[in-house]
Ligand binder design. Sequence first.
Ligand SMILES: C[S@@+](CC[C@H](N)C(=O)[O-])C[C@H]1O[C@@H](n2cnc3c(N)ncnc32)[C@H](O)[C@@H]1O
Length: 266
Amino acid sequence: VSGRDHAQVAYDALAPFYDAFTRGHDYTRFADLLEGAALDAGLDGRRLLDVACGTGKSFEPFLARGYDVTACDVSAAMLAEAVVRADGRVRLERHDMRELPALGRFDLVTVVDDAVNYLGEDELAALFGGVRANLAPGGVLVFDANTLATFRRLYSSLLVVPDSDRVVVYEGLGEPDLPAGGLARARFDLLERGADGWWTRTRSMHRHRHHPEAAVRAALEGAGMECVAVRGLHMDGTLDDEHDDLRHSKAVYTARASAPQGGERG
Ligand SMILES: C[S@@+](CC[C@H](N)C(=O)[O-])C[C@H]1O[C@@H](n2cnc3c(N)ncnc32)[C@H](O)[C@@H]1O
């Protein structure tokens, strides 16, 4: 892993608060949707690589379904939480998703919960190229990206997730009329009450890039991947077969390696 980039710094600070911040998220339901999308794209097998796995909430439901899980993330502090959750059942490694090494042959690769929004447009192809090299023949990639609707609403909102000794205050610093492909920042204030009763505050700054569908498709194609489907996820967890960037909260992509051309074998 080269140099500490902003996502690594941001998540090393956020790690102890991440599970509390996301406690309202239904990862089991989300995994159902992702697995369903992958099955539709031809998933056949249970070797999973979960890229940008964070504290392991995204791979946990797959473990429960009998998947053989390998997972990686760039943040050592997020991985430390994932180690506890994995309890010896997962191969965990620290990697930057823009420089994924060959970790094996996987039937399914997931990049879940807007991790791709930490990448610049020109970095998507590096991720997809690394994923392609880790896919077994017929393997499927599933990932989600925040829509323009989410960028315009969530990234200009304030969210407070309180707990007795830990409070997360999220403030979107984006624009309600952000253009497609735009960049938005968000600030997390992580408040913690110490044993002496005094509160400390740690800040975690996040920078997210909106990826229009055309840019994602082009990056997939450039990396030798074929986009199989783009579905639209609503805030209430329902998934539509079509994606509308101004109506859905997330776009859910499925992709696989393109068929070799001109008699080439791969
Ligand atoms: C919103 S969290 C999602 C974590 C997990 N997949 C989940 O669903 O809870 C985004 C994750 O992306 C990771 N991340 C961001 N940039 C990364 C990079 N360049 N390489 C690897 N991981 C990265 C962060 O460290 C963080 O754990």
